[in-house]
Write a protein that binds this ligand. Structure first.
Ligand code: GDP
Length: 357
C-alpha cells in the first residue's frame, strides 16, 4: 500500500498528531529524539457517501477505504551528511510515497524549539535543504555513471539530460516536486526524495486557527503544495470523544471537519488514489484504486478472478443513485450504464461487476 511519511523538525507536534491519527497511546515526549522507531498508522478515509449507501441498501456494516501514515524519525540539520538519526531519516523518507511535513506555528514557551524560535518558513527550508542536498549527492554520483552508459549506448541520452537538468534545479534550491517539465518516469528511476509530493501541516494554537491572514500567508508559502491547518493537541483530545461529543467540540471551535479527516482526504488524493463504491445488504464499501484505473483493474482490487474473468461493469454514479433512490429506479430511468474493459473509473462510481468464473 502507498504510504505518507510524517516528517518535521523535533518538537513540532509530530508524535501528538501521529498518536491522534492512530489513536495510539505512545507518549509524546518533549525531547528531540522521541520518535526513533517508525510506526505505521492506518486511518479510515472519511466518506459520508457510505452512510447514505448503507441506508439505501440496508447494509449491515460500512467499510471505508484507508490511508497509511508512517511516523518518521525527527530530522536534524546535517541529516544529508549522516548526522544524528540522519541516515535513518533519509531511508524512511525514501520509502514513503508522499511526505507530510508538520510545521510548528503554535507558540508555547514550555516547548523548546530546536532553533530557538518559531519560524515556519525557516523550518520548511531546513527540511527542504536536507532533502535537496541528499538528492544532489545522489545525482552527482549517478551522472558520471550515466555519461559512461550513454557513451556505450546502454542508456538514452535523454536520461542523462534529465539528470543534469534535475541537478540544476536542485542546485538552485528548488524541490523537484514543485517543478514541471521533466520526464516523470525518468526522474522516478533516480529514486530521489524531492520528487515526492509534499503536504504541509501547520500545527497551530487556537488563536492561529482563527487567524485567516496568517493562514493565507502560510498557504502562499507552500503553494502549489497543499496546506492543512490544525491544532494537534486539539485533535488528540477530539479522537478520545464519541462521535456526538466530537461533533459538538468541532462546532464550538468553528470547524466543519477535523484536521485528521482533512489530512486523510488530502493525503489520499495526493497519493493519486480514488475510490469506487459497492453496496449490498452485507456491506457498503469503498475500494481503493489509482486515478485513471480501468474497470477490470478496479474489479481486480476485489478479487483477481474478477479481473481475469471480467465481462462488464454495471455503473451508476453516486449522485444519480441518490436522486432515484434505488438501483432499480435508476435503471428504469436509464442511469445505470454497462461499461466494458476500457472504461476509466470515476470517483464515486457505484459498481457491480459481471464476470466469468
Ligand atoms: P515531535 O517531536 O515533533 O514528535 O513533537 P511532540 O508531538 O512530541 O510534541 C512536542 C511537545 O509539544 C509535547 O510536549 C507536546 O505536548 C507539545 N505540543 C504538540 N502539539 C502542540 C500544540 O498544538 N500546542 C501546544 N501548546 N503544544 C503542543
Amino acid at each position: 500500500a502507498l504510504t505518507i511519511g510524517i516528517a518535521g523538525l523535533p518538537n513540532v507536534g509530530k508524535s501528538t498528531l501521529f498518536n491522534a491519527l492512530t489513536r495510539a497511546t505512545v507518549l509524546a515526549a518533549n525531547y528531540p529524539f522521541a520518535t526513533i522507531e517508525p510506526n505505521i498508522g492506518i486511518v479510515p478515509l472519511p466518506d459520508e457517501r457510505l452512510n447514505r449507501l448503507a441506508e439505501v441498501f440496508g447494509s449491515e456494516k460500512i467499510v471505508p477505504a484507508t490511508v497509511s501514515f508512517v511516523d518518521i524519525a525527527g530530522i536534524v540539520r546535517g541529516a544529508s551528511e549522516g548526522e544524528g538519526l540522519g541516515n535513518q531519516f533519509l531511508a524512511n523518507i525514501r520509502e514513503a510515497d508522499a511526505i507530510c511535513q508538520v510545521t510548528r506555528v503554535f507558540a508555547d514557551p514550555d516547548v523548546v524549539h530546536v532553533d530557538g524560535k518559531v519560524d515556519p518558513a525557516s523550518d520548511i527550508e531546513t527540511i527542504a535543504t536536507e532533502l535537496i542536498l541528499a538528492d544532489v549527492q545522489t545525482l552527482e554520483k549517478a551522472i558520471p555513471r550515466l555519461e559512461k552508459d550513454v557513451r556505450n549506448r546502454r542508456v538514452d541520452a535523454e536520461v542523462l539530460d534529465t539528470a543534469k537538468k534535475a541537478l540544476e534545479i536542485l542546485e538552485a534550491g528548488k524541490l523537484l516536486s514543485a517543478t514541471s517539465g521533466l520526464d516523470h518516469d525518468i526522474l522516478k528511476s533516480f529514486q530521489l526524495m524531492t520528487t515526492k509530493p509534499f503536504i504541509y501541516v501547520f500545527n497551530m494554537d487556537a488563536a492561529g486557527m482563527d487567524d485567516d491572514s496568517l493562514k493565507q500567508e502560510l498557504r502562499e508559502l507552500v503553494s502549489p503544495a497543499e496546506a492543512i491547518f490544525l491544532d494537534a493537541a486539539f485533535e488528540a483530545e477530539l479522537v478520545e470523544l464519541d462521535e456526538d461529543d466530537a461533533r459538538e467540540m468541532l462546532a464550538e471551535a468553528g470547524q466543519e471537519e477535523s484536521g485528521l479527516d482533512q489530512l486523510a482526504r488530502v493525503g489520499f488524493d495526493t497519493l493519486g488514489l480514488q475510490t469506487y463504491l459497492t453496496a449490498g445488504p452485507k456491506e457498503a464499501r469503498a475500494w481503493t484504486i489509482h486515478k485513471g484505473d480501468t474497470a477490470p483493474v478496479a474489479a481486480g482490487v476485489i478479487h483477481t478472478d474478477f479481473q481475469k474473468g471480467f465481462i462488464k461493469a454495471e455503473v451508476v454514479s453516486f449522485d444519480d443513485l441518490m436522486e432515484y433512490g434505488s438501483i432499480a429506479e435508476a435503471r428504469a430511468k436509464g442511469r445505470v450504464r454497462m461499461e466494458g474493459k476500457d472504461y476509466v473509473m470515476n470517483d464515486g462510481d457505484v459498481v457491480e461487476f459481471r464476470f466469468n468464473v
